[in-house]
Design a protein around this ligand. Structure first.
Ligand code: SF4
Length: 350
């Protein structure tokens, strides 16, 4: 363990005790939070900011106050409460994890990293978070914030997201967690990265670790951590079809795997080649009348920039093939989990 870690840990804890942001899933030391709350919040916080998560967390916990309530819920209900948070696989995995906790652990969230890692969707970060924050175990965690803070603090010049560098960072994080109040130490590293040691406009003047920081000392704050260049997002085009019949629109459930798995949508043509009318006849057994373009918008996912076009048409003939889709009034879809682009499209329809 680098000799400075115990002193840095003390500075971090003192800073965290004074400045930590209140969050509904947090407990103030010496209390420990409800492990189920930590499980839910960690699932929601992946790729998502705290301010966005807070209202979702409140609604989710109101609907499913315990692991058993979540385990017993319908997946559609879980996805509906996740609607707008994105990355819906997290919701499906959280639901499955709750079912596994009920089946294998009597409804109590397990407290070891090994048992946590056996649950669906729980990787090393989340297992470390739950074990340390909810159970006070000396387990490390590493996320983007922790990588940035530790790479700067220790002046790591190598590319920080390579497997070898990550191994070093996990070892440093383990040294931080191997001491008093590991859950608070872990949270303080993440909190520092989220609020002070930020990627841009870094606020070193407010940092409790100024005197310990190699990057500040060597004037390298702006260049650390060094990261591999990001892959350019793929550009694709989708067409959403608002197909109307007797004042209702056609909706269908997406497949259980892939993007927006299990969510609902208006028929969406993801292949730019076929004609919408021919595709609808083949896919749904419906003949369309005139197709009218309503508008367009862009949507960004982790790896794709999707240019959406919204088209509308009335059904001119044919019969809906059974089992594929259902007719709904546009204002009667509250029970259907809809991904963000579908909500945007519905908003454009007025
Ligand atoms: S001094 Fe600046 S670069 Fe160093 S840890 Fe603090 S905020 Fe980050």
């Amino acid at each position: 363990m680098p000799p400075r870690i115990p002193a840095i840990r003390r500075h971090l804890l003192a800073w965290f005790d004074q400045t930590q942001r209140p969050m509904p899933w947090r407990a103030v030391h010496p209390a420990t939070p409800d492990p189920y709350f930590v499980l839910v919040s960690e699932a929601m916080l992946q790729q998502t900011q705290v301010s966005t998560v807070i209202p979702y967390f409140a609604r989710f916990i109101t609907a499913f106050p315990t692991v058993a309530d979540l385990a017993a819920a319908e997946e559609q209900q879980v996805l509906r409460l996740w609607q707008g948070l994105g990355y819906y696989r997290r919701a499906k995995n959280l639901h499955k994890a709750a079912q596994a906790i009920v089946a294998a652990h009597g409804g109590r969230v397990p407290d070891t990293v090994a048992q946590l890692r056996e649950l669906p969707g729980i990787g090393p970060y989340t297992a470390g978070a739950i074990a340390s924050i909810a159970f006070g175990r000396p387990e490390p965690l590493v996320d983007g914030n922790v990588i940035r803070v530790l790479a700067r603090l220790f002046g790591m010049d190598e590319v920080a997201d390579t497997p070898a560098a990550k191994k070093k960072i996990w070892a440093l994080a383990a040294a931080f967690a191997d001491g008093p109040r590991p859950g608070c130490v872990n949270q303080s590293l993440m909190e520092l990265g989220a609020t002070v040691c930020t990627p841009k406009n870094t606020r070193c003047g407010e940092c409790p670790l100024q005197k310990d920081c190699a990057a500040l000392d060597q004037n390298k704050v702006a260049v650390l951590p060094r990261l591999s260049p990001k892959k350019k997002p793929l550009h694709v085009a989708h067409r959403i079809l608002a197909i109307a019949k007797n004042g209702r629109l056609l909706f269908e459930k997406r497949p259980d795997t892939g993007l927006w798995a299990g969510m609902w949508q208006m028929p969406t043509l993801e292949d730019p080649k076929p004609s919408a009318a021919g595709w609808c006849a083949q896919q749904y057994g419906l003949q369309l009348g005139n197709l009218e373009k309503i508008g367009h918008f862009k949507h960004q996912t982790t790896h794709r920039t999707i240019a959406f076009e919204l088209w509308q048409s009335k059904v001119a003939g044919g019969r809906l093939k059974p089992g594929l889709a259902q007719w709904r009034k546009a204002d009667e879809v509250d029970d259907l989990p809809l991904a963000k682009p579908q909500l945007v499209a519905l908003g454009m329809l007025g």
